[in-house]
Ligand binder design. Structure first.
Ligand code: C2E
Ligand code: MG
Ligand code: MG
Length: 732
């Protein structure tokens, strides 16, 4: 017992002399002091033998943790403690084992008691161990032999739990439980560092919820919080174990996806996320509908450092958000100026609106106009009405499509003015048409949600002198987001006016049947996307068209099928029960002057006219590309591009069947085979079809690493070129 305390004494500052001088009394007194300490729960003592087995443990420690001392004495000391299950990889017993093995001093080493040693149901207990090895060095002639450890222990369970909780809070978002900005950034850095040497790719997806602010503003912050929680759950469901999800704050999320560089797969995943997040949410008693935009950038192709990739994904997100929302976009170098571009667009739109607003003093050339696309009855080709579509002709930039400017107008609130103008103009024009021709006008959800909307409609009808029965308002499912009371009131007010209501783009959104039951629609418009693919044999689109028409019939609603361009599509949709069609096969949108002329001539029937078969859209492009054949690189002009093939101008004498590599820029190399060759024009087919870039463009699935590109650039021509390169001028 005497020796046991020696190390302690050695490390202490000089103590005042004990109150008694008898040696035996002193030893007894010392023992009672330590017993008091042991019982006082402020600390316990332990000792091991030279083999590392427990030789002493304070009885109070055993009492406190329900340990049976007789089971422990003689057992390896380290068998009392175990790995931290919360932090696998940080084996809490490793430093202990290591230190004991090295006969080193222990200073507050954190360990966890093995639960098996404690009574069943006891909560995990954490100890801080301190101790000294007992080594014979002081005694003359001693060999420095190791005799085991003497040490103390403290219960630090509460302290430790608090520490874990603090670090969890510092790493995770308390609202959704997802990683927070700090953690996801660290993960990203770690991945980039680990992948650098091996050139493994990491994709960063940046997500931003569309219309989240409106939910927060109309339903309050607790509803907004609940929505974020549900979004987080859905994201976790789609992403599963393939990536890491984080919430940066607000309605911004990030997803890290290691080892996927196939942009086809990334696009599919993004589409899945958009689809799932856009499904309606039930929050309290409200139906809430939001969307999500996604920007993606891939290391190492779009940059090597985290900052580069974040900036690139951010630009892509910006482009996705302003390209019509509910979209994804991959980063590409030409996105750089989109922010500035957007600012200019807003300004230009403001000018465009003022060019048509105001009184006769407005001398500006009107930039906006309404055009009207006929809706035709399929059995006799009689025109039953028209859809009003807005056109913007910018004095310098030319035509800007509604898919570009309508979202800008919605974001900035200009849609209220713009929409009211469209309604006025369309009603005025329609009032000049013969009865019973109808006019359908598109109404944005932002307009619909405005409490003044029914009054505006009523004023427009009055001043145009248009029968309400002849006005149809085309709404999209996004009108159902937010406050259901306001929505219900608007529906009631509009129905009371006697106008007709159509649900536009049906099938593309959430297509919840409960909306159809709740809202008084007179018509469903089947979205063009179904018609586009209805003639493809492996698609379900034709069946979906039939189902939508059947559903509308059952609910006593009409249907119009949009976007019929060819006879084969007409045949399919008519076979599925379509009675009204709006599409280029009958007519594009027409100007009022043209309409009035035709109406005056009594032409109220339009026979279909157009291609027999629908051909998937080929995009016209004028882009310089590289064409690599054997060890030669030629310059040529890309004129036409689809997912499966392209037309290229500028090469003469390329035999059909030749295999080429197209360098489409930014690391996009595509292997193609020449399928057609005529003068300076060749047609090629892609070995691997291109995939969507999320914005109506096409990109290669994979990109060549910067190494392969550098190697390609170094490629030196050793023989004469086999094909003639000719200059092709960009046509106006
Ligand atoms: P929407 O309401 O679904 O209008 C139908 C769109 O399909 C129109 O495009 C029309 O030109 C196009 N389309 C019709 N038939 C065919 C066809 O056979 N083939 C092809 N490829 N396209 C066809 P547009 O005019 O570019 O308008 C796009 C969207 O912009 C509209 O979709 C609508 O959502 C919005 N929009 C247009 N004008 C207005 C407006 O005055 N107010 C509001 N709020 N939105 C508008
Ligand atoms: Mg429409
Ligand atoms: Mg539509």
């Amino acid at each position: 017992m005497k020796n046991l305390l020696k190390p302690w004494q050695a490390s202490r500052r000089p103590q005042p002399p004990p109150p008694c001088d008898d040696a035996a009394d002193r030893a007894q007194h010392r023992a009672s002091v330590f017993e008091d300490i042991e019982r006082g729960h402020s600390g316990w003592f332990w000792a091991t033998d030279a083999a590392g087995c427990l030789s002493y443990i304070s009885p109070a420690a055993c009492e406190r943790f329900g340990l049976a001392a007789e089971d422990l004495i003689g057992k390896p000391f380290t068998s009392l403690f175990e790995t931290d299950p919360e932090h696998p990889g940080e084996r809490s017993d490793r430093p202990l084992q290591f230190l004991l093995g090295a006969h080193a001093r222990l200073a507050d080493v954190t360990v966890r008691l093995v639960p098996d040693r404690c009574p069943p149901g006891a909560r995990p207990a954490w100890w801080a161990l301190s101790g000294q090895p007992k080594i014979d060095v002081a005694r003359p002639g001693s060999d420095g032999a190791f005799h085991g450890y003497r040490g103390s222990a403290r219960d630090i369970t509460l302290e430790y739990e608090r520490r874990i909780e603090d670090s969890r809070l510092a790493e995770f978002d308390s609202l959704t439980g997802l990683a927070n900005r700090h953690r996801i950034s660290r993960r990203f850095d770690a991945m980039l560092a680990a992948f650098k040497g091996t050139l493994r790719p990491v994709t960063l997806m940046m997500l931003d919820l569309d219309r989240f602010k409106q939910v927060n503003d109309t339903l309050g912050h607790p509803a907004g919080d609940e929505l974020l929680r549900q979004v987080a759950q859905r994201l976790t469901r789609v992403v599963g174990t393939v990536g890491d999800i984080g919430r940066l704050g607000g309605d911004e999320f990030q997803i890290l996806l290691p080892d996927i560089e196939d942009r086809g797969k990334l696009g599919e995943l993004a589409d899945k996320i958009i689809g799932l997040v856009s499904q309606p949410y039930r929050i309290d008693d409200n139906h809430v509908v939001i969307g999500v935009s996604i920007g993606m950038a891939i290391a190492p192709f779009d940059g090597g450092e985290r900052e580069d990739i974040v900036r690139a994904a951010d630009l892509a997100l910006y482009a996705a958000k302003h390209g019509g929302r509910g979209q994804f976009r991959f980063y590409s170098a030409d996105l750089k100026d989109e922010k500035e571009e957007r600012r200019q667009l807003e300004e230009a739109l403001r000018e465009a609106i003022s060019s048509v607003e105001g009184d006769a003093d407005n001398w500006d050339e009107p930039q906006l106009a309404m055009v009207y696309q006929p809706v035709v009855r399929t059995d006799d080709h009689v025109v039953v009405g028209f859809e009003a579509l807005m056109r913007w002709e910018h004095p310098q930039r030319g035509a800007i499509p509604p898919s570009v400017f309508i979202p800008v107008a919605e974001d900035t609130g200009m849609i209220l003015q713009l929409g009211a103008w469209a309604l006025r103009q369309a009603a005025r024009d329609a009032a000049a048409w013969p009865h019973p021709l109808r006019i359908a006008v598109n109404v944005s959800a932002v307009q619909f949600a405005h409490p003044d909307f029914p009054r505006i409609v009523s004023d427009v009808l009055d001043s145009a002198g248009l029968d309400p029965e002849r006005l149809e308002l085309e709404l999209t499912e996004s009108v159902f987001m937010g406050d259901s009371e306001t929505t219900d009131a608007a529906f009631k007010a509009l129905k009371a006016l006697g106008v007709r209501l159509a649900l536009d783009d049906f099938g593309t959104g959430y297509s919840s049947l409960s909306y159809l039951r709740a809202a008084p629609f007179d018509k469903l418009k089947v979205d063009r996307s179904f018609v586009d693919s209805c003639t493809l044999s492996d698609q379900n689109s034709a069946k979906i068209i039939a189902a939508i028409i059947g559903l509308a019939d059952a609910l006593g609603m009409e249907t119009t099928v949009e976007g019929v361009e060819a006879f084969d599509q007409r045949d399919v949709v008519c076979a599925k029960g379509a009675r009204f069609i709006q599409g280029f096969l009958y007519s594009p949108p027409l100007e009022q002057a043209v309409l009035l002329e035709r109406m005056a001539a009594g032409e109220l029937r339009i026979p279909p006219e157009g291609p027999k078969r629908h051909r998937p859209e080929r995009r016209s492009v004028y882009r310089r590309i590289g064409v690599i054949h054997e060890d030669h690189r030629y310059e040529a002009l890309l004129r036409n591009l689809s997912a499966t093939g392209a037309r290229i101008e500028g090469l003469v004498g390329v035999p059909v069947g030749t295999s080429l590599v197209l360098d489409l820029g930014a690391g996009q190399l595509a292997v193609v085979t020449v399928s057609r060759s005529e003068d300076a024009t060749i047609g090629v087919e892609f070995e691997t079809p291109l995939v969507s870039d999320g914005a109506g463009g096409l990109v290669t699935r994979y990109r060549a690493s910067s190494y392969a590109l550098a190697a390609a650039a170094r490629m030196v021509s050793t023989s004469a070129p086999q094909f003639l390169e000719v200059e092709v001028r960009k046509r106006a």
